[in-house]
Design a binder for this molecule. Structure first.
Ligand SMILES: NC(=O)c1ccc[n+]([C@@H]2O[C@H](COP(=O)([O-])OP(=O)(O)OC[C@H]3O[C@@H](n4cnc5c(N)ncnc54)[C@H](OP(=O)(O)O)[C@@H]3O)[C@@H](O)[C@H]2O)c1
Length: 342
Protein backbone atom coordinates (compact mmCIF):
# COMPACT_ATOMS: atom_id res chain seq x y z
CA UNK A 1 0.00 0.00 0.00
CA UNK A 2 0.97 3.64 -0.34
CA UNK A 3 1.58 5.54 2.89
CA UNK A 4 2.56 9.14 3.47
CA UNK A 5 5.52 9.09 5.81
CA UNK A 6 6.63 12.09 7.85
CA UNK A 7 10.40 11.75 7.38
CA UNK A 8 11.57 15.11 8.74
CA UNK A 9 10.14 18.09 10.55
CA UNK A 10 9.76 21.28 8.59
CA UNK A 11 8.02 22.70 5.54
CA UNK A 12 5.06 20.79 4.18
CA UNK A 13 6.61 20.25 0.72
CA UNK A 14 9.76 18.69 2.21
CA UNK A 15 8.52 16.82 5.26
CA UNK A 16 6.55 13.96 3.66
CA UNK A 17 7.42 11.05 1.35
CA UNK A 18 5.03 8.57 -0.22
CA UNK A 19 6.42 5.07 0.47
CA UNK A 20 5.31 1.48 -0.10
CA UNK A 21 4.41 -0.26 3.16
CA UNK A 22 2.83 -3.54 4.26
CA UNK A 23 -0.93 -3.42 4.84
CA UNK A 24 -1.32 -3.36 8.67
CA UNK A 25 -2.94 -6.34 10.41
CA UNK A 26 -5.76 -5.57 12.84
CA UNK A 27 -5.42 -6.81 16.43
CA UNK A 28 -8.25 -8.93 17.88
CA UNK A 29 -10.54 -5.96 18.68
CA UNK A 30 -9.54 -3.84 15.67
CA UNK A 31 -10.51 -3.47 12.04
CA UNK A 32 -8.41 -2.57 9.03
CA UNK A 33 -9.99 0.07 6.79
CA UNK A 34 -9.21 0.56 3.09
CA UNK A 35 -9.29 4.34 3.00
CA UNK A 36 -10.84 6.51 0.31
CA UNK A 37 -9.75 9.62 2.20
CA UNK A 38 -8.24 10.88 5.42
CA UNK A 39 -8.86 14.05 7.38
CA UNK A 40 -6.36 16.69 8.35
CA UNK A 41 -6.23 18.03 11.89
CA UNK A 42 -4.28 20.91 13.32
CA UNK A 43 -2.29 18.40 15.41
CA UNK A 44 -0.88 17.10 12.08
CA UNK A 45 0.47 20.57 11.33
CA UNK A 46 2.04 20.77 14.78
CA UNK A 47 3.48 17.25 14.34
CA UNK A 48 4.99 18.23 10.99
CA UNK A 49 6.55 21.28 12.63
CA UNK A 50 8.06 19.08 15.38
CA UNK A 51 5.91 20.77 18.02
CA UNK A 52 3.56 17.95 18.94
CA UNK A 53 4.59 16.00 22.05
CA UNK A 54 2.43 12.97 21.25
CA UNK A 55 3.85 12.52 17.71
CA UNK A 56 5.52 9.08 17.30
CA UNK A 57 9.27 9.05 16.54
CA UNK A 58 10.18 9.67 12.87
CA UNK A 59 9.78 8.21 10.35
CA UNK A 60 6.10 8.15 11.25
CA UNK A 61 2.74 7.79 9.58
CA UNK A 62 0.58 10.41 11.26
CA UNK A 63 -3.14 10.97 10.79
CA UNK A 64 -6.13 10.70 13.05
CA UNK A 65 -8.96 9.53 10.85
CA UNK A 66 -9.89 7.64 7.72
CA UNK A 67 -13.07 7.13 5.75
CA UNK A 68 -13.42 3.94 3.75
CA UNK A 69 -14.51 0.32 3.79
CA UNK A 70 -13.75 -2.40 6.30
CA UNK A 71 -11.05 -4.53 4.68
CA UNK A 72 -10.38 -7.02 7.50
CA UNK A 73 -11.71 -7.58 11.00
CA UNK A 74 -9.84 -8.84 14.07
CA UNK A 75 -10.93 -12.18 15.54
CA UNK A 76 -13.00 -10.64 18.40
CA UNK A 77 -14.86 -8.15 16.22
CA UNK A 78 -18.58 -8.85 15.96
CA UNK A 79 -20.12 -5.45 15.21
CA UNK A 80 -18.42 -4.69 11.87
CA UNK A 81 -18.25 -6.67 8.64
CA UNK A 82 -15.91 -6.57 5.67
CA UNK A 83 -17.17 -4.12 3.03
CA UNK A 84 -19.10 -1.77 5.36
CA UNK A 85 -18.45 1.94 4.92
CA UNK A 86 -17.05 3.52 8.07
CA UNK A 87 -15.24 6.47 9.54
CA UNK A 88 -12.57 5.60 12.10
CA UNK A 89 -10.38 7.51 14.48
CA UNK A 90 -6.97 6.01 13.89
CA UNK A 91 -4.63 7.39 16.55
CA UNK A 92 -1.85 7.88 13.95
CA UNK A 93 -1.46 5.74 10.82
CA UNK A 94 -4.25 7.60 9.03
CA UNK A 95 -2.14 8.95 6.16
CA UNK A 96 -2.18 5.58 4.39
CA UNK A 97 -4.30 3.57 1.98
CA UNK A 98 -5.03 1.06 4.76
CA UNK A 99 -5.23 1.88 8.46
CA UNK A 100 -6.17 -0.02 11.59
CA UNK A 101 -8.61 1.30 14.16
CA UNK A 102 -10.30 0.25 17.38
CA UNK A 103 -13.96 -0.63 16.80
CA UNK A 104 -14.90 1.67 19.69
CA UNK A 105 -13.48 4.53 17.62
CA UNK A 106 -15.41 3.58 14.48
CA UNK A 107 -18.93 4.34 13.27
CA UNK A 108 -20.88 3.17 10.24
CA UNK A 109 -21.71 5.82 7.66
CA UNK A 110 -24.11 5.81 4.72
CA UNK A 111 -23.00 5.08 1.17
CA UNK A 112 -23.75 8.63 0.10
CA UNK A 113 -22.19 10.58 2.96
CA UNK A 114 -19.59 13.03 1.65
CA UNK A 115 -16.16 11.72 2.67
CA UNK A 116 -14.85 15.10 3.84
CA UNK A 117 -17.92 15.67 5.98
CA UNK A 118 -17.52 12.13 7.39
CA UNK A 119 -13.90 12.74 8.41
CA UNK A 120 -15.09 15.69 10.53
CA UNK A 121 -17.08 13.30 12.75
CA UNK A 122 -14.02 11.42 13.98
CA UNK A 123 -11.65 13.88 15.62
CA UNK A 124 -13.06 17.40 15.37
CA UNK A 125 -16.74 16.79 16.13
CA UNK A 126 -16.02 14.10 18.74
CA UNK A 127 -13.56 16.43 20.48
CA UNK A 128 -16.12 19.24 20.44
CA UNK A 129 -18.81 16.93 21.79
CA UNK A 130 -16.51 15.67 24.53
CA UNK A 131 -15.62 19.28 25.50
CA UNK A 132 -19.12 20.74 25.33
CA UNK A 133 -21.40 17.86 26.32
CA UNK A 134 -19.28 15.35 28.26
CA UNK A 135 -16.97 17.43 30.44
CA UNK A 136 -19.51 20.20 30.93
CA UNK A 137 -23.09 21.11 30.15
CA UNK A 138 -24.36 24.07 28.17
CA UNK A 139 -27.58 25.74 29.28
CA UNK A 140 -30.02 27.93 27.39
CA UNK A 141 -28.97 31.57 27.72
CA UNK A 142 -25.36 30.78 28.68
CA UNK A 143 -22.80 33.22 27.31
CA UNK A 144 -20.26 31.01 25.52
CA UNK A 145 -16.91 32.13 24.13
CA UNK A 146 -15.32 29.98 21.42
CA UNK A 147 -11.84 30.77 20.11
CA UNK A 148 -10.80 29.89 16.55
CA UNK A 149 -14.51 29.40 16.02
CA UNK A 150 -14.33 29.03 12.23
CA UNK A 151 -12.04 26.00 12.40
CA UNK A 152 -13.00 22.34 12.47
CA UNK A 153 -13.54 21.90 16.22
CA UNK A 154 -14.67 25.55 16.45
CA UNK A 155 -17.48 25.05 13.92
CA UNK A 156 -18.71 22.02 15.86
CA UNK A 157 -18.63 23.92 19.18
CA UNK A 158 -20.58 26.81 17.65
CA UNK A 159 -23.24 24.40 16.37
CA UNK A 160 -23.49 22.60 19.73
CA UNK A 161 -23.74 25.91 21.62
CA UNK A 162 -26.36 27.35 19.26
CA UNK A 163 -28.37 24.08 19.46
CA UNK A 164 -28.40 24.55 23.26
CA UNK A 165 -29.73 28.11 22.95
CA UNK A 166 -26.51 29.84 24.04
CA UNK A 167 -25.35 33.35 23.22
CA UNK A 168 -22.13 32.77 21.32
CA UNK A 169 -19.01 34.92 21.03
CA UNK A 170 -16.69 33.53 18.35
CA UNK A 171 -13.18 34.71 17.57
CA UNK A 172 -11.40 34.33 14.22
CA UNK A 173 -8.58 35.96 12.31
CA UNK A 174 -10.17 37.33 9.13
CA UNK A 175 -13.28 39.09 7.87
CA UNK A 176 -14.05 36.10 5.63
CA UNK A 177 -14.15 33.87 8.71
CA UNK A 178 -16.32 36.41 10.55
CA UNK A 179 -18.84 36.28 7.68
CA UNK A 180 -18.82 32.50 7.98
CA UNK A 181 -19.46 32.76 11.73
CA UNK A 182 -22.40 35.10 11.13
CA UNK A 183 -23.79 32.42 8.80
CA UNK A 184 -23.50 29.85 11.62
CA UNK A 185 -25.50 32.14 13.90
CA UNK A 186 -22.66 33.42 16.08
CA UNK A 187 -24.09 36.40 17.98
CA UNK A 188 -20.80 38.22 18.48
CA UNK A 189 -18.15 37.44 15.83
CA UNK A 190 -14.83 39.04 16.87
CA UNK A 191 -11.74 39.54 14.74
CA UNK A 192 -9.04 38.94 17.36
CA UNK A 193 -6.32 40.15 15.02
CA UNK A 194 -7.77 43.63 14.79
CA UNK A 195 -9.41 44.03 18.17
CA UNK A 196 -8.73 42.90 21.73
CA UNK A 197 -11.37 40.24 22.37
CA UNK A 198 -11.34 40.85 26.13
CA UNK A 199 -12.04 44.59 25.79
CA UNK A 200 -14.61 43.91 23.06
CA UNK A 201 -16.58 41.45 25.20
CA UNK A 202 -16.48 43.68 28.30
CA UNK A 203 -17.73 46.61 26.18
CA UNK A 204 -20.57 44.50 24.74
CA UNK A 205 -21.70 42.51 27.76
CA UNK A 206 -19.84 43.71 30.85
CA UNK A 207 -17.18 42.16 33.07
CA UNK A 208 -17.32 38.50 34.08
CA UNK A 209 -20.07 37.70 31.58
CA UNK A 210 -18.78 34.42 30.12
CA UNK A 211 -20.29 31.22 31.51
CA UNK A 212 -18.33 28.76 29.38
CA UNK A 213 -15.21 29.33 27.27
CA UNK A 214 -13.46 26.95 24.88
CA UNK A 215 -9.81 27.76 24.22
CA UNK A 216 -7.62 26.04 21.63
CA UNK A 217 -5.22 28.94 21.15
CA UNK A 218 -3.43 28.57 24.50
CA UNK A 219 -0.88 30.79 26.24
CA UNK A 220 -1.99 34.34 27.01
CA UNK A 221 -5.37 33.71 25.40
CA UNK A 222 -6.22 31.48 28.38
CA UNK A 223 -5.21 34.11 30.93
CA UNK A 224 -7.30 36.78 29.18
CA UNK A 225 -10.25 34.44 28.75
CA UNK A 226 -10.20 33.43 32.41
CA UNK A 227 -10.57 37.09 33.39
CA UNK A 228 -13.89 37.13 31.50
CA UNK A 229 -15.38 34.18 33.38
CA UNK A 230 -18.44 34.73 35.50
CA UNK A 231 -18.23 34.05 39.20
CA UNK A 232 -20.62 31.30 40.13
CA UNK A 233 -20.68 29.40 36.86
CA UNK A 234 -17.56 30.30 34.86
CA UNK A 235 -15.76 27.37 33.25
CA UNK A 236 -12.95 27.25 30.74
CA UNK A 237 -12.14 24.17 28.70
CA UNK A 238 -8.56 24.27 27.39
CA UNK A 239 -7.92 21.86 24.55
CA UNK A 240 -5.11 23.26 22.40
CA UNK A 241 -2.10 25.51 21.99
CA UNK A 242 -2.28 26.68 18.37
CA UNK A 243 -0.31 29.79 19.35
CA UNK A 244 2.80 27.56 19.43
CA UNK A 245 2.43 26.84 15.70
CA UNK A 246 5.14 28.27 13.46
CA UNK A 247 7.37 29.13 16.44
CA UNK A 248 10.84 27.69 16.96
CA UNK A 249 11.02 24.52 19.08
CA UNK A 250 12.90 25.01 22.33
CA UNK A 251 12.79 25.55 26.05
CA UNK A 252 12.26 29.34 25.79
CA UNK A 253 9.18 28.93 23.61
CA UNK A 254 7.86 26.21 25.91
CA UNK A 255 8.35 28.38 28.99
CA UNK A 256 6.68 31.37 27.33
CA UNK A 257 3.72 29.18 26.52
CA UNK A 258 3.49 27.72 30.02
CA UNK A 259 3.74 31.14 31.72
CA UNK A 260 1.26 32.53 29.19
CA UNK A 261 -1.35 30.05 30.41
CA UNK A 262 -0.85 31.34 33.96
CA UNK A 263 -0.99 29.47 37.25
CA UNK A 264 -4.33 29.01 38.92
CA UNK A 265 -4.64 28.53 42.69
CA UNK A 266 -7.30 25.90 43.35
CA UNK A 267 -8.61 27.91 46.27
CA UNK A 268 -9.42 30.79 43.89
CA UNK A 269 -11.54 28.41 41.82
CA UNK A 270 -13.28 27.31 45.00
CA UNK A 271 -13.97 30.86 46.18
CA UNK A 272 -15.21 32.03 42.77
CA UNK A 273 -17.01 28.78 41.93
CA UNK A 274 -15.19 28.43 38.65
CA UNK A 275 -13.76 25.50 36.76
CA UNK A 276 -10.80 24.79 34.50
CA UNK A 277 -10.71 21.59 32.44
CA UNK A 278 -7.96 20.31 30.18
CA UNK A 279 -8.83 17.95 27.35
CA UNK A 280 -6.50 15.58 25.49
CA UNK A 281 -8.47 13.12 23.37
CA UNK A 282 -5.51 10.72 23.16
CA UNK A 283 -5.72 10.32 26.93
CA UNK A 284 -9.48 9.81 26.60
CA UNK A 285 -8.96 7.20 23.85
CA UNK A 286 -6.32 5.36 25.89
CA UNK A 287 -7.96 5.49 29.30
CA UNK A 288 -11.69 5.96 28.63
CA UNK A 289 -12.34 4.38 25.21
CA UNK A 290 -16.03 4.02 26.11
CA UNK A 291 -16.27 7.81 26.47
CA UNK A 292 -14.81 8.26 23.01
CA UNK A 293 -17.21 5.66 21.62
CA UNK A 294 -20.14 7.47 23.25
CA UNK A 295 -19.07 10.84 21.80
CA UNK A 296 -18.51 9.46 18.28
CA UNK A 297 -21.86 7.69 18.28
CA UNK A 298 -23.74 10.73 19.59
CA UNK A 299 -22.10 12.99 17.06
CA UNK A 300 -22.68 10.70 14.10
CA UNK A 301 -26.39 10.46 15.04
CA UNK A 302 -26.62 14.26 15.27
CA UNK A 303 -24.97 14.54 11.85
CA UNK A 304 -27.33 11.91 10.36
CA UNK A 305 -30.34 13.76 11.84
CA UNK A 306 -29.12 17.05 10.40
CA UNK A 307 -28.70 18.66 13.86
CA UNK A 308 -24.98 19.09 13.23
CA UNK A 309 -23.62 19.98 9.80
CA UNK A 310 -19.85 19.79 9.35
CA UNK A 311 -18.52 22.27 6.82
CA UNK A 312 -16.50 20.91 3.93
CA UNK A 313 -13.68 23.43 3.96
CA UNK A 314 -11.33 21.98 1.37
CA UNK A 315 -10.59 18.72 -0.43
CA UNK A 316 -7.21 17.90 -1.91
CA UNK A 317 -5.80 14.91 -3.81
CA UNK A 318 -2.93 12.95 -2.26
CA UNK A 319 -0.52 14.73 -4.61
CA UNK A 320 -1.61 18.03 -3.08
CA UNK A 321 -0.94 17.06 0.53
CA UNK A 322 1.59 19.86 1.05
CA UNK A 323 -0.92 22.39 -0.27
CA UNK A 324 -3.56 21.00 2.11
CA UNK A 325 -1.16 21.28 5.07
CA UNK A 326 -0.32 24.88 4.22
CA UNK A 327 -3.99 25.71 3.75
CA UNK A 328 -4.72 24.51 7.29
CA UNK A 329 -1.44 25.63 8.89
CA UNK A 330 -1.56 29.14 7.40
CA UNK A 331 -5.04 29.76 8.82
CA UNK A 332 -6.83 29.83 5.46
CA UNK A 333 -9.17 26.92 6.15
CA UNK A 334 -12.73 27.04 7.42
CA UNK A 335 -14.34 23.83 8.73
CA UNK A 336 -12.84 20.48 7.71
CA UNK A 337 -10.00 19.72 5.31
CA UNK A 338 -9.62 16.23 3.81
CA UNK A 339 -7.28 14.45 1.40
CA UNK A 340 -8.47 11.70 -0.99
CA UNK A 341 -6.52 8.86 -2.52
CA UNK A 342 -6.50 8.72 -6.34
N1 LIG B 1 -7.00 18.36 22.95
C1 LIG B 1 -7.39 17.56 21.98
O1 LIG B 1 -7.54 16.35 22.17
C2 LIG B 1 -7.65 18.14 20.63
C3 LIG B 1 -8.35 17.42 19.65
C4 LIG B 1 -8.59 18.04 18.43
C5 LIG B 1 -8.13 19.33 18.20
N2 LIG B 1 -7.41 19.96 19.16
C6 LIG B 1 -6.95 21.34 18.98
O2 LIG B 1 -8.06 22.10 18.63
C7 LIG B 1 -7.67 23.15 17.77
C8 LIG B 1 -8.52 23.09 16.53
O3 LIG B 1 -8.18 21.93 15.78
P1 LIG B 1 -8.71 21.80 14.29
O4 LIG B 1 -8.10 20.55 13.75
O5 LIG B 1 -10.18 21.96 14.29
O6 LIG B 1 -8.01 23.02 13.57
P2 LIG B 1 -8.67 24.37 13.00
O7 LIG B 1 -9.37 25.04 14.12
O8 LIG B 1 -9.45 24.05 11.78
O9 LIG B 1 -7.38 25.17 12.60
C9 LIG B 1 -6.61 25.78 13.61
C10 LIG B 1 -7.02 27.24 13.79
O10 LIG B 1 -6.34 27.76 14.92
C11 LIG B 1 -6.32 29.18 14.81
N3 LIG B 1 -5.04 29.70 15.27
C12 LIG B 1 -4.86 30.46 16.36
N4 LIG B 1 -3.60 30.79 16.51
C13 LIG B 1 -2.92 30.25 15.48
C14 LIG B 1 -1.56 30.27 15.08
N5 LIG B 1 -0.62 30.91 15.78
N6 LIG B 1 -1.23 29.60 13.95
C15 LIG B 1 -2.15 28.95 13.25
N7 LIG B 1 -3.46 28.89 13.58
C16 LIG B 1 -3.85 29.56 14.69
C17 LIG B 1 -6.60 29.49 13.35
O11 LIG B 1 -7.90 30.09 13.31
P3 LIG B 1 -7.96 31.70 13.14
O12 LIG B 1 -7.22 31.98 11.87
O13 LIG B 1 -9.39 32.03 13.06
O14 LIG B 1 -7.27 32.23 14.35
C18 LIG B 1 -6.60 28.15 12.66
O15 LIG B 1 -7.48 28.11 11.57
C19 LIG B 1 -6.17 22.98 17.52
O16 LIG B 1 -5.46 23.80 18.39
C20 LIG B 1 -5.95 21.51 17.85
O17 LIG B 1 -4.65 21.23 18.22
C21 LIG B 1 -7.17 19.39 20.38
Amino acid sequence: MRAVVLTKFGKADQAFEIQEREIPKPKDHEICVKAEAFGLNFADVMARQGLYNDCPPLPAIIGYEVVGRVHEVGKDVVDFKVGQRVVSLTRFGGYAEYAVADTRATVLISEDMDYCLATAIATQYSTAYYCACYTTQLHKGDHVLIHAAAGGVGTALVQLAKNSGCIVYGTASSEKKLDYLRGLGVDHPINYMTSDFEEYIIRKSGKNCIDVAFDSVGGRSVKKTRRLLSEGTGRIICYGAAVRSGKRKGILGDLKLVFGFGFIPTVELLLKSQGVTGVNMLQVADNRPEALKFCMQEVSQLVINGKLKPTVGGVFSINELAKAHDFLGNRHSIGKVAVYWD
